[in-house]
Structures are given as structure tokens and as C-alpha cells.
Ligand binder design. Structure first.
Ligand SMILES: [Zn+2]
Ligand SMILES: [Zn+2]
Ligand SMILES: [Zn+2]
Length: 324
């Protein structure tokens, strides 16, 4: 498809508008990430085997034949304290609310450097099982609104430690991004009498935005991707959360997305985060995962307008990622 010189597109999932600036369009090769040399392997990595005492006491451990395969520990530097009284206080210009929740770190492997997509299938499936176990525990804690599973890969994506790890945050506060998505689901349901996620799956599975289909999961370039090579992982089966998802198949799909980004774009920094229905939302929701390679830094335009500029048409991004 030919994308017009410049066009605004709206993301159906968030309602966010995005500028596709095709006149500044770049070929996918322009994004081939020039890999920074990785820092030396340090003996004092708190996530490496032998340093277990450096982390707070373990919440969960998956043991393989080695001492351990995956560990979950509380986050030493949590942004969120355990739930407290949550009524906003202050006058109309100075509202605040205590930040309540929990924060955990999932140490994904004993290996200090091991790209997520290179973990063995059973190991990767165990990681999904750990996410599911911790999610189901935290989401039922009193006062909790959402639980977010996410991962920062490489320092430029916000990772403070190189050792492969992901994080699970439980928040008593409904974050704006999830509130906006829940709104989009509710409005779509009211107007179309259908689930937005199911509709997107049906519309995109065989279209030019599709990247790959792995078992029950579709990887696609969002129609209004906010930045180059963003991927959305959408399950075919309608569900508000990922607790019933097949760990082996989901791990395979997530690894496939990371593999395409690592090979197709030379291991850029990347984030993923998993969206499920917030507890207080009573309308329908279709869980999904956002995977975002980090190529762009927000400038004055983006900060001043909330309109991201994407210089790679999503159709072109999908075509590139299909090759890997
Ligand atoms: Zn390490
Ligand atoms: Zn659905
Ligand atoms: Zn989402």
C-alpha cells in the first residue's frame, strides 16, 4: 500500500493519534541498530548465581537440574509501597494519593547474558508460568487495581541491570494508559456490539499488517504504531487476562517477536508490557502484549502535542519483520 505523504492515524486500542511522516520515511535498514559494546561481565551482578544473598528473600524459585532456573524476588528499589489509604487528598490544584502496590523482579535465567529468544522452549514456558502465578497472586490482593508484567531490555529502554530480568508491578492506582484502553473497548462494544480485540484479530490476521501467526497468537504492526517496528501480540481466544493462555505457545510467540527484532534490527533496546483488564473495569477487555523497540526519543513536538511521529509506515515495518 502507498501511505500518503503525511497522514494522521488513530490507534483503535488507545485512541491515540499518530503522525505517519512518510516524507521523512526511512528504509528499514536505516534502523539497523549499531550495537553498543556490552559492559564487561561483572563479578558483583546481584542476579548471577552465587550472589543470591544480595537480593531480598526469594518469593518463588523454579529449579532445573542446575541450582535454579528462574527466581522471583521483591524489588529492592520499588516505586510503589504496599497498599495504603487511597483517597486523594489536597485541594483542587494539589491532588495526591499514596502510591500503593507491590513490585517484584523476575530473574529469567542464571546466565548473565542470554537473549530472551534464545532460552529453550521449556525454560521460556516456565517464565510464562511464573508470570501467571505471580499475576494471579497479586491481582487478588485487596485494593489492587492492575498488575503489569513488563521487561526493559538494554539500558536505553530503562533497564538498570544487564542480567535478563522482567518486572511485575501491582498498582492500587488505575494508570491512564489502561483507563484509555478500557474506554476504547467499552466504546467499541457499545457501537459495534463486538469486542475490539476480537475485531482487530479478525481484520488483521490475513492483512498486510500481520507479521506472523504462532499457534493461537498473532503478531502484527499496529495500524497507528507510535514508533518504528512496534509489535502487538494479540491472542485469538477472547479473555480478559492471560491466566488461561498456553504457556508453551505464548512463550513461542513472544520469543518469535523478540527474535525478529533482534535479528531484523540488530538487537536494539526493547520494552514489552502485558495488558489485562483492570479490576475496577466492568466492561469487556481482550488481553494483549505491546512490544516496542526503542529508536526514538520524544522531542518538543511529541511532548507538546502528545502526537508521536513515526517515520516507518507500519505496512513497511511488517514486511521487514516478516523476513526474519
Ligand atoms: Zn548477572
Ligand atoms: Zn475479544
Ligand atoms: Zn494495551
Amino acid at each position: 500500500m502507498i501511505v500518503p505523504v503525511s497522514v494522521l492515524r488513530q490507534d483503535p486500542l488507545t485512541g491515540r493519534w499518530v503522525v505517519l511522516a512518510a516524507e521523512r520515511a526511512k528504509r528499514p535498514e536505516a534502523f539497523f541498530h549499531s550495537a553498543q559494546p556490552l559492559p564487561e561481565l561483572t563479578a558483583d551482578c546481584p542476579f548471577c548465581p552465587g550472589s543470591e544473598v544480595q537480593t531480598p528473600p526469594e518469593i518463588l524459585r523454579i529449579a532445573d537440574n542446575a541450582p535454579w532456573q528462574i527466581r522471583v524476588v521483591p524489588n529492592k528499589y520499588a516505586a510503589l509501597a504496599p497498599p495504603a489509604g487511597l483517597s486523594p487528598s489536597g485541594d483542587s490544584l494539589h491532588r495526591s494519593v499514596p502510591s500503593g502496590g507491590a513490585a517484584e523482579v523476575v530473574i529469567e535465567t542464571p546466565e548473565h547474558i542470554a537473549p530472551f529468544d534464545t532460552l529453550g522452549p521449556e525454560h521460556a514456558a516456565n517464565l510464562i508460568r511464573v508470570y501467571q502465578a505471580r499475576y494471579s497472586d497479586l491481582v487478588t490482593c485487596s485494593g489492587i487495581e492492575i498488575v503489569l508484567v513488563f521487561r526493559n531490555h538494554l539500558p536505553q529502554s530503562g533497564a538498570s541491570l544487564l542480567h535478563p530480568h522482567s518486572q511485575i508491578l501491582a498498582s492500587a492506582f488505575l494508570p491512564p494508559v489502561l483507563a484509555a484502553e478500557a474506554d476504547c473497548f467499552a466504546v467499541y462494544q457499545a457501537k459495534q456490539e463486538a469486542c475490539l480485540g476480537c475485531a482487530m484479530y479478525a481484520a488483521e490476521a490475513a492483512g498486510e499488517l500481520a507479521i506472523a501467526q504462532i499457534a493461537d497468537f498473532l503478531l502484527l504492526s499496529p495500524f497507528a504504531a507510535r514508533s518504528p517496528f512496534e509489535i502487538l501480540l494479540l491472542p485469538r481466544t477472547h479473555a480478559a487476562d492471560f491466566l488461561a493462555a498456553d504457556p508453551l505457545a505464548l512463550a513461542k510467540a513472544l520469543q518469535d517477536a523478540f527474535r525478529r527484532i533482534r535479528r531484523g534490527l540488530n538487537n536494539p533496546p526493547v520494552n514489552f508490557w502485558l495488558h489485562c483488564k483492570p479490576n475496577s473495569i466492568i466492561t469487556d477487555f481482550h488481553w494483549h502484549i505491546h512490544i516496542l523497540p526503542r529508536f526514538t526519543i520524544e522531542g518538543g513536538w511529541e511532548l507538546g502535542t502528545g502526537l508521536p511521529i513515526n517515520v516507518v509506515p507500519p505496512e513497511l515495518a511488517a514486511a521487514h519483520l516478516r523476513l526474519f
